[in-house]
Write a protein that binds this ligand. Structure first.
Ligand code: GCW
Length: 660
């Protein structure tokens, strides 16, 4: 199946003064990413200006010059773009910087920014900017809503022109690392570290390297037993350590530009160090010692919780588990271990508090893990632009230090000076021709890359860039699609939540309303609604989760009066009669927000319908079809949740609307 160019949709610019720069280019770098950059500029010259760009040798007077300067202040991945006397220079200390700078130069054209007089320096803030693909060897994708995998099919690794197209898309927004297989490593995926798939992975790694992307793999902690013939995977067992050392040497020397491994252990049935009474530090450090000779990185996920919980038990709290498991290990991990921490303590719900591990850990490398695969946020059948959520997380003050205490400070490495840290996104891609299922979901993939590169960018700026690159610069399109994106996350929260309650979904699928879907399950996913009220008491009198935060956050969450209202029911069990700051009772807020959410979808659809004349009919119709579904489905959410709480509380809707 073919694929489209997503935001690299270079469209003709008639009679633009900028075309003078794109008549010729030159570079003094022989590196592969500089070569890639030159090819990209030529493609832009051709597709945007219809020009056949001439390459000049060295740094002669060309329209565009990619200048490698090892002393450049922008560093290896940063770039300085400056225009003088009719020629524009992209300067960097490294090949990745020249590539990112070239994409940035082209983005200036796509977004209508003038090149003349330009003087722009950008240095990526997050050292690691990584995509996690939960792709399986059979070609399926766990929590994938955009078709099948383009990395695997029928137990084989795929390397083809789509591999290069993927690397080009990722690099265009500054992604520098990618994990191609599911963290739930099963069956043949365990063998990805062996000779079985070596040739294809070498080919893929070479293509990734052309775009400055390091290939990573998810590994199976039980591999020594499953493919190594050992009878243990105990990280303190000498034979196991030996085995991993040999494996790591084989992989790191066999696959060029290989970055390291992502590990999900002792979680949801995956094997790990707990099996042997060892800690996660024992497990991670064993792998880190084996990878250290190659400067390999071990990314260890903190998504660990006791998934055997009894729903009757009100003391066990899944939200506590990340902190309880990993805080005692702070400072025990090797320098080449990075803990990957989900933005919230539960599991990518439409709204969660920031994980207290972020700001809790002071002596451990950290990566923030967010999910752009919309597992719980509409599965790319509902539009839900998540960058505003990520901005809230990044801007959250953890009070771990007197200053530089935000999540952004921590994962950028500004707080404690780490360099092995950054941001990860569970990817929303697949082999659909538009890459992301819903055309508007590409804004989350684009946005994650741009935000990881530059956490100070606003959600609106990112949306505006993406819209112009994807749909062109027609003002009405830019204005209305931006309005749709910016209202979509709040709308989704209104008709599927309220106030920090998640999990009201069909078990397993995580789609569609089912208020009690997870209420009696073993996963710790409860709302505890009764005829008087709803919510989970996580204050000291309840599970005590609120106390895992630094002051003043702990005290803020501890009390109903000071708890931020958007998380009120995550931290407290609240009577339906409770009056919110709006003066509304909680139950009236539940009714109102669900009616409003469904109305918001009607507004988004109307905005989109008014753009028909400005959009390619195929894309217009493709998005409209999803909007039609979202319109009906948001009403289903509204009516099921409102009816549930009307029947539980028997409190009339003050506006006497139809509730069933
Ligand atoms: O969100 C949950 C998903 C699982 C996923 C797990 C994880 C890859 O339901 O499908 O497994 O979290 O993050 O490991």
């Amino acid at each position: 199946m073919g694929y489209e160019n997503a935001w690299l949709n270079y469209r003709r610019l008639q009679g633009s003064a900028e075309s003078t720069y794109f008549s010729s280019d030159c570079t003094d770098s022989q590196g592969r990413t500089a070569r890639t950059a030159i090819e990209e500029l030529k493609r832009a010259a051709r597709e945007i200006f219809g020009l056949d760009m001439q390459e000049k040798s060295g740094t002669q007077d060309a329209g565009i010059c990619l200048k490698l300067n090892r002393e450049a202040a922008a560093g290896e991945e940063g770039y300085h773009i400056y225009e003088k006397d009719g020629r524009v220079t992209v300067e960097s200390a490294g090949g990745r910087g020249l590539l990112y700078g070239s994409f940035a130069l082209i983005r200036m054209l796509q977004t209508g920014r003038k090149i003349g007089g330009a003087d722009l320096t950008e240095v990526p803030q997050n050292p690691i900017r990584i995509l996690n693909h939960w792709d399986n060897m059979d070609g399926s994708i766990e929590r994938g809503y955009s078709g099948n995998s383009f990395f695997f099919q029928d137990q084989k690794v795929l390397v083809n022109d789509r591999t290069r197209a993927y690397a080009r898309l990722a690099a265009s927004v500054g992604i520098n690392a990618s994990v191609i297989n599911n963290v739930n490593v099963k069956g043949n995926a365990t063998k990805l570290i062996t000779e079985t798939y070596r040739r294809e992975l070498q080919e893929m790694a070479e293509i990734f390297a052309d775009y400055g992307i390091s290939l990573y793999l998810s590994l199976n902690f039980a591999a020594p037993m499953e493919i190594g013939g050992l009878d243990s995977a105990d990280p303190l067992d000498e034979n196991v350590r030996e085995w991993w050392s040999r494996q790591m040497e084989d992989v790191f020397t066999g696959i060029p530009n290989f970055g390291g491994f992502l590990v999900k252990a002792d979680s949801e049935g995956r094997p790990g160090p707990f099996t042997y009474g060892r800690t996660h530090a024992d497990g991670a450090n064993m792998l880190a010692d084996a990878a250290a000779p190659y400067n390999g990185t071990i990314i260890w996920r903190c998504f660990v919780y006791n998934c055997q919980q009894d729903w009757r038990d009100r003391k066990t709290d899944r939200a506590r588990s990340g902190y309880d498991n990993f805080m005692p290990l702070d400072g025990q991990f090797r320098e080449n271990v990075v803990l990957q921490i989900k933005n919230g303590p539960m599991d990518f719900q439409v709204r969660e508090p920031v994980s207290p591990l972020l700001g809790g850990l002071k002596k451990t490398n950290q990566i923030l893990e967010v999910q752009i695969a919309q597992e719980y946020t509409g599965q790319q059948r509902h539009v839900c632009y998540l960058i505003p959520m990520f901005k809230e997380v990044l801007g959250f003050h953890t009070y771990c230090e007197k200053e530089k205490d935000t999540v952004a400070d921590l994962v950028i490495g500004r707080t404690y000076g780490q360099t092995r840290c950054g941001m990860a996104a569970v990817a929303n891609t697949g082999d659909d021709e538009n890459w992301t299922g819903h055309d508007l979901a590409a804004a989350n993939l684009y946005g994650f890359g741009r935000l990881a590169f530059h956490t100070d960018l606003s959600s609106e700026e990112i949306a505006g860039e993406w819209i112009r690159c994807t749909f062109g610069m027609q003002p009405e399109v830019v204005e209305k699609v931006s309005r749709i994106l910016m209202m979509s996350w709040p709308a989704y929260e209104k008709y599927t939540s309220p106030l920090g309650i998640g999990w009201m979904v069909n078990p397993g699928y995580h789609y569609g309303p089912n208020v009690d879907g997870y209420e009696y399950d073993r996963w710790g996913t409860y709302h505890r609604a009764d005829h008087m009220g709803i919510g989970v008491d996580r204050s000291s009198g309840g599970t005590g989760y609120a106390q895992q935060y630094h002051e003043p956050n702990a005290s803020m969450y501890e009390k109903i009066e000071t708890c931020p209202e958007e998380l009120l029911l995550f931290f407290h069990h609240v009577p339906y009669s409770f009056r919110l700051k709006t003066g509304k009772t909680l139950i009236q807020h539940i009714y109102d927000s669900h009616f409003e959410g469904a109305e918001d979808v009607e507004k988004m659809v109307a905005e989109w319908e008014s753009l028909r004349e400005f959009l390619p009919e195929k894309i217009y119709q493709r998005v409209l079809a999803r909007f039609e579904h979202q319109k009906e489905h948001s009403k289903e959410w509204r009516d099921q949740i409102n009816s549930y709480f009307w029947r539980k509380s028997f409190v009339e809707d003050e506006k006497h609307r139809t509730i069933y």
